[in-house]
Design a binder for this molecule. Sequence first.
Ligand SMILES: [Zn+2]
Length: 357
Amino acid sequence: MARTVFVLGAGASAHSGVPVMSSFIREVKRLQRERSALFDDSLRSDVTRLLNTVSRLDATMAKSPIESGNIETLLAIFEMAELVGRLGSLEGKDLQGLSESTRRVVAATVALTTQLPVENKNIYPPVGYARFVEEILLPLSQSHGHRIGNEVAILSFNYDIGLEKALHHYSVPYHYSLSYPQQSQGITLCKLHGSINWGLCGSCGQVHSVDFSNELYRRFDDLSYALIRFDSALVNFSCCGVKLSGTPIIIPPSWDKSRDRLKLQTVWQQAARTLADANNLIIIGYSLPKSDSFFHSLFALGVEGHADLERLAICDLNPNAVSARLAPILGPRIEVHPMLIGAKFEDSLSSIQKYTK
Ligand SMILES: [Zn+2]
């Protein structure tokens, strides 16, 4: 039977409160203003450094192509600046560790905005992801009479853990393909740009994921939801007798990923294999931006010579535009007419459910 592959972009996580990358700096400023009680000293200094750098750039490079509101663009520019040793009027120690510190801000912002509903003291997954797992993934797997995971795989561009929280809630096993040998049990969840709960062992170079545990949740009297602080918890875990790096593995889409390739090589290999095996592809909330040339190449390699892709669905606020960007990647040999669902993720779940039946 059909192997169904979901591709999830920022549009899928937006319902849980995670800001899209283009409004990220605005969200960081809001958190600094309203939620700085949640910051520890090192986060406070990382946030201050990022916002100071952004305002210096805005002042000195007003006509530059830097869209300084988009955090992924900024992160790519900071990494380049560290390599070449300058960025506007910034040089030397102003640039040292700037991208590391920005990654920590990205991870903390994602962690501090992923809202987990609380009811009767229980902490639940974001509602869209809960429905996605309960109404789509579970029936899809069960209807084929297979163990869950054999029929479904997910590629995600999101750094947050909303989907994992839902999988965990419904006791659906999943694995990230972070290492060899591949674990065979459960849904394959390839997070192509990293995740806030992934940390690096400085000794063996292996990326490890941190699992859900009660002590990582944070609840506050003035919030109707809970948060989970994977971002600041990484250093409490160790490998090879040393603590994991305190900076989560987050790799921006617009940057040449070759520098980071060894870290996530197994994830990307698995993603390419997954695309090659797909009979049924469902793209949700991912706009296929031209800046993500890495995914364009990965996708092209994955579907190269792919004769088995039978069905394609695109769920996005503007599905026609996504479809137009996808057509040249699929090439003339793959003749599928996509089903277009023009709605937000949380409003399209019943259409997706019908489509996957
Ligand atoms: Zn290690």
